[in-house]
Design a protein around this ligand. Structure first.
Ligand code: F1P
Length: 314
């Protein structure tokens, strides 16, 4: 058995704990989230921020954006929320240090209470029940996003999405059946679902070394569809309503397989994690240890002034 498989299967339990954590933090975070928010992350954690910012804007009407950690610069009027499973990614720590040096209070969302990010953030939120050993993030990313989603709902005076726990448990017993070889995956989603689409595509890229693309759905016709063929799997995260229905017909005409959503988009992401795992094994790869990747990217300054990569596993 791979390390990744149980990490995917643990998500119902992790989501239940995440929802409880969000409820316990809402009063403490409410005043901080009255400012415009910038989510800062790298890789999966950036995509969590991208989805989180769009969700916060859609549901709370708050001003929110997401930036890759390498582009973050502190601004006095903005709350930075640093997202990092490991809390050791160099660009994240540089951003958190810059915020601290300029007197900008920050929040961190991470999975380990003993990492350097926790000591740099003013309000750390630790999902310490998510203990992933794999390089590829699965439950850590969905749980971090669910925390932000539940927080946004609670800030807006709505209940947190408790029903997702039962829904993801059901979906895990209902995996996607793939017919034919897939070498190309396209994920389509709009609004907060775009960040989810990016994360779904990253899973197939990391675990199965697939050529992947991600777009806002109707953009797909504007050029990228030229590359679709029988080896393409297109996952749609938006509801299947008239403009999407027509898009599906156009995509199917290329010979590509279209996967339409049966569940909430976050639950669909979990099903696409399963697809990535299955494709990885089908292709004879090790999904736990994708080539060229480390669990977090830790850069060390070399004597010639250039930076080198010192991959970390722990
Ligand atoms: C972020 C991350 C992972 C990615 C890769 C390198 O780590 O970019 O999403 O899969 O292994 O690190 P973190 O800052 O969330 O720990």
């Amino acid at each position: 058995m791979t390390l990744t498989e149980p990490e995917i299967l643990n998500q119902p339990d992790h989501w239940r704990r995440t929802l409880a954590l969000a409820r316990s933090y809402v009063d403490q975070l409410r005043p901080l989230f009255s400012r415009p928010v910038v989510f800062v992350g790298a890789g999966s954690s950036y995509y969590v921020g991208l989805a989180g910012a769009a969700y916060l804007e859609e549901r709370v009407g708050a001003r929110a954006r997401a930036v890759p950690a390498s582009l973050y610069r502190p601004a006095a009027d903005e709350l930075p929320v640093f997202i990092s499973r490991s809390g050791t990614t160099t660009e994240i720590l540089e951003g958190a240090r810059a915020a601290r040096q300029t007197g900008v209070a920050s929040v961190a969302i991470t999975c380990d209470a003993a990492n350097p990010l926790v000591s740099l953030a003013d309000t750390p939120v630790v999902l310490d029940f998510v203990r992933e050993q794999s390089i590829v993030q699965t439950g850590s990313a969905t749980s971090a996003f669910l925390f932000l989603r539940a927080l946004a709902d609670l800030l807006a005076g709505r209940p947190a999405p408790e029903a997702l726990v039962a829904q993801v448990a059901q979906a895990l017993k209902d995996p996607v059946h793939l017919h034919g070889a897939v070498s190309h995956l396209v994920a389509l989603g709009s609004g907060w679902r775009f960040g989810i689409a990016c994360e779904a595509a990253l899973k197939a890229q990391e675990m199965a070394l697939l050529w992947t693309e991600r777009y806002v759905p109707l953009e797909y016709r504007h050029g990228p569809m030229s590359c679709a063929d029988e080896a393409t799997l297109v996952a749609i995260l938006d509801p299947v309503e008239p403009p999407i229905r027509q898009l599906i017909e156009d995509i199917e005409a290329t010979g590509a397989t279209v996967l339409t959503p049966r569940y909430d988009p976050l639950v669909e992401l979990v099903r696409l994690q399963q697809v990535a795992l299955k494709l990885s094994l089908q292709r004879g790869l090790n999904p736990d240890r994708p080539r060229n990747l480390a669990r977090s990217v830790v850069l060390r300054a070399a004597s010639d002034g250039h930076e080198g990569v010192e991959g970390r596993r722990g």
